[in-house]
Design a protein around this ligand. Structure first.
Ligand SMILES: [Zn+2]
Length: 353
């Protein structure tokens, strides 16, 4: 999208709607390239001293002998208009204001995926633990990621009513560089929030961490004190039943924190998530057209689960579910799964597609 340093640091969200003028500034100072749309920093990249580019893309680098620039209209039939074009040559000996990538092995993976047009999109981030939107955008630009920022909505989980939520939404202006998501929580959310509230978001996701057992016990499976796992086999049967109901009846786009198990049985993850249970969840996701999150924070689902999901033709998203700026991380598990599963760009779910 506009604002990208294409095949190096891509922007995945359209920042300005079609048929609207916008300003586009590109600054190259030393080894730092920055792009600005309507004076907002879109991409920020500094070439490392050891520069890696894929075969056929060796020219994608700053050239010490000087270069040129061009205007591009990318696809046949599309139209682009330009006006008020200005160029200002800068001195060659300016220092680079930006910071080059620190991990060159990871940088190679990022550039390879950017070249393959693989959507490096984290749709499950939170402004939690004091993290600001600016810090999230810094991290996004560092790796060429685009984030979806989610707010929690549900009984005892954050916003608890349409009124509370709408008061917040009326005063909140999301960055045009991020998507904005509703994290619907607890099974009561459908009664708490109207379809009109849901539609104020770019997408909606939920998990199966809050549900009620057959014996009436309310499970909030990430809070140990409120969790009574009991017989793991019974727990699993009821959990899988609930997941199937959730993804086939609730109006959601993505099932997140998937396959999460409470700590006391998580060491049995591979035995408890049997082929049969995996197949039931995968079939429900397939039937309902709900995408499956690959969660970086907890490294779930397991590769075995994901292989079955891929074979069934499910769509995937990446999500971190950070609780601080530090835990936002760099999507290591998702990026590892791209390679391990052989994911292609078309396997990924994106908002508005
Ligand atoms: Zn979350």
């Amino acid at each position: 999208m506009t604002g990208s340093i294409y095949a190096v640091r891509n922007v995945w969200k359209q920042v300005v709607p079609d048929n609207q003028w916008f300003t586009y500034r590109i600054v190259v100072q030393g080894k730092t390239v920055r792009t600005y749309i309507n004076d907002m920093l879109a991409s920020d990249y500094t070439e490392p001293s050891e520069l890696w580019r894929p075969d056929g893309w060796q020219g994608r680098r700053l050239n010490d002998e000087g270069g040129t620039f061009a205007f591009q209209c990318h696809d046949p039939g599309s139209k682009v208009a330009y006006k008020n074009i200005k160029v200002k040559p800068l001195s060659d000996d300016l220092t680079s204001p930006g910071t080059p990538p620190d991990d060159l092995v990871f940088e190679e993976q990022i550039v390879r995926l950017a070249t393959d047009n693989f959507p490096l999109v984290d749709l499950h981030t939170h402004l939690k633990g004091g993290m600001t939107e600016d810090e999230a955008l810094d991290q996004a630009r560092k790796y060429g990621y685009t984030y979806g920022i989610a707010v929690n909505c549900g009984l005892k989980m954050g916003f608890e009513s349409d009124e509370e939520l709408n008061t917040f939404l009326d005063s909140y202006e999301a960055s045009p560089f991020t998507w904005f998501a509703m994290q619907a929580e607890g099974r009561e959310w459908l009664e708490l929030f109207s379809p009109e509230s849901r539609e104020r978001f770019d997408y909606v996701f939920t998990d199966a961490m809050t549900w009620t057992k057959d014996n009436g016990l309310r499970m909030r499976t990430w809070i140990k004190e409120e969790t009574e796992v009991g017989d793991p086999q019974v727990f699993m049967e009821q959990l899988v039943d609930r997941i199937v109901t959730i993804v086939t009846t609730e109006p959601i786009d993505i099932y997140v924190n998937p396959t999460f198990l409470p700590d006391e049985i998580n060491d049995q993850y591979d035995e408890l998530w049997t082929d049969e249970r995996i197949d039931r969840v995968v079939a429900a996701l397939k039937e309902s057209g709900v995408a499956l999150e690959i969660n970086n924070g907890r490294k779930i689902p397991s590769p075995a689960f994901l292989k079955k999901a891929k074979a069934a033709g499910l769509k995937f998203t990446f999500g971190t579910n950070n609780v601080t700026a530090e835990s936002l991380g760099r999507m290591d598990y998702s990026i590892r799964m791209i390679g391990e599963l052989g994911l292609e760009p078309g396997d990924m779910w994106l908002p508005g597609k």
